[in-house]
Structure formats: C-alpha cells, structure tokens
Design a protein around this ligand. Structure first.
Ligand SMILES: [Zn+2]
Ligand SMILES: [Zn+2]
Length: 258
C-alpha cells in the first residue's frame, strides 16, 4: 500500500504503517508482532516487507512487539540514543540493530525525509516526527503533555496530520483511576487534551491540510464523539473546516493513499 494507515492507536498499543513502492516502515511497534502482521495483511502489506521501525519513545505501548520484529526478523530500529538505551534496558541488555538518529536532525531513509523533534513526555528523550516525500508532508505527534512552539512550528504546512487527542479533563477527574494516574495524564509531561489538540490544529490548519487523524484517545477518559465534538467545535469557532477522523485502538484506521 502506498500511503499510511494507523494500525492501532491508544494506551493498549500504537503502530502506524507508512509506505511507498520502495520503502515501507512502521512508526512504533506497540502491538504483538502477530497482531502487527495480521493488521498489515488487512492492508495487503507483508510484515516481511517492512524495512525499518521508527520508535518515538520507550513506553510499552510503543515497543511491545519490537523484540520479535528486531531479533527474530532482524528489522532495523531507528531511535535516538536515550530511547535506544531505554529499549535495551527493557530488553534486559539485548540490543537490536539500531540506526541512531539525533533529535532535531533530519535524516533520509529510502523515499522518506524524516525529522524527529522533541516533545514533552515522561520518557528519556521522546520525539514526534514529520515525514516528507515527493512534496507531501506528514506529521505524527502523540504522547505529549503540552504543545510547545517547537511542536507547532514543525506541524505547519502538513498535508496529513496524526495528532493526540487523549482525554477530556472532566472525564479524567471523574474517573475511578488513582490520583497518581490523573496527575500524570494531566501534567506537562503526560498526554494532550482534546482542547489542546483543537488549539494546535487551529494554529496549523491551512488549505492544503487534507486529513487529520485524532490519535491516542484514552479508553476511559475520552470517547470518539467527545474528541470530535471538542476539536471540531474549536475549529468551527474560527471558521475552519477540516476532514477529521479518529484513529481507533481496536481497528485499523481509515487509510490515506498518496
Ligand atoms: Zn503512548
Ligand atoms: Zn508514552
């Protein structure tokens, strides 16, 4: 498949397929290898054809299937040094075939120009990515506590965006989760609220932005309807009308074809 398709999105596992005829990658591998394989088959992609995995940060919901992909299948793993250290620690000292990138420096892989940039999250050196090919720019940005000006500037001029709309704060407060969980989610190194997502989209929306996937929704502290309603409400208040869909946890998302 030429395009991208979020295979799963949320705290139970994150994985995005992104590919052209020549280059096929995954962004994060937070599902079991078996599940990734099955989901890729739904979009007619073979796991054996994946050329590399890009890792945003070392939380389990982003690396759960990485061990099998990296060791059994020998797929190279792109990560920055700190995240690589975190992964090796999680793997009890076993070291995948890393291709180390520097946060803030663009690198090329096959057809893609990939730019990792810093986000505020509670891991060693978390990043989000923009990916360019043939004049198309995509932004993949989840797992951040708040939107810095760096984030906004990188997500400008994208054709496609995959951005976090994690929670509705009132639902976090009302949930039965422990206080430590609530504090973490709502903190500046936690996750992005629906409102913060809407404001970010308001800042980066432009006539060339074709589609937005709302991503990493909390299963308990958000709903698809709430996320869409809050985000669309903020945009409509400013006269902005975007094609927005939700990237679900349990199903593959609406694919984007180049
Ligand atoms: Zn996550
Ligand atoms: Zn995370």
């Amino acid at each position: 498949m030429e395009g991208f398709c979020p295979l799963a999105s949320g705290s139970k596992g994150n994985c995005i397929y992104l590919g052209t005829k020549n280059t096929k990658i995954l962004i994060d591998a937070g599902l079991s290898a078996k599940t990734i394989k099955a989901k890729l088959e739904e979009i007619n992609v073979a796991l054996e054809d994946i050329d590399a995995v890009l890792i945003s940060h070392e939380h389990t919901d982003h690396i759960q299937g990485l061990k099998v992909l990296a060791f059994k299948m020998g797929i190279p793993v792109f990560a920055n040094t700190e995240t690589a250290k975190g992964i090796v620690e999680t793997f009890h000292g076993e070291c995948p075939k890393f291709k180390i990138f520097s946060t803030g420096e663009t690198f090329e892989f096959g057809d893609f120009q990939i730019h990792p940039f810093s986000v505020q999250h509670d891991t060693l050196d978390p990043v989000a990515f923009t990916v360019k090919l043939d004049g198309i720019k995509m932004g993949f940005c989840t797992d951040l506590g708040f939107v810095t000006s760096l984030v906004t500037s990188h997500l400008r001029n994208c054709d496609y965006l995959y951005v976090e709309a994690n929670h509705q704060p009132s639902m976090v407060h009302a949930s039965s989760r422990p206080m430590v969980y609530k504090q973490r989610v709502l903190s500046r190194t936690g996750h992005l609220s629906n409102e913060a997502c809407g404001k970010l989209l308001m800042d980066v929306a432009h006539s060339g932005l074709k589609n937005v996937h709302l991503a990493h929704l909390s299963s308990e502290c958000n709903t698809h309807e709430t996320a869409l309603q809050v985000v669309r409400g903020i945009l409509e208040d400013h006269g902005i009308n975007l094609d927005i869909c939700v990237a679900p946890q349990n199903m593959i998302s609406r694919p984007v074809h180049f």
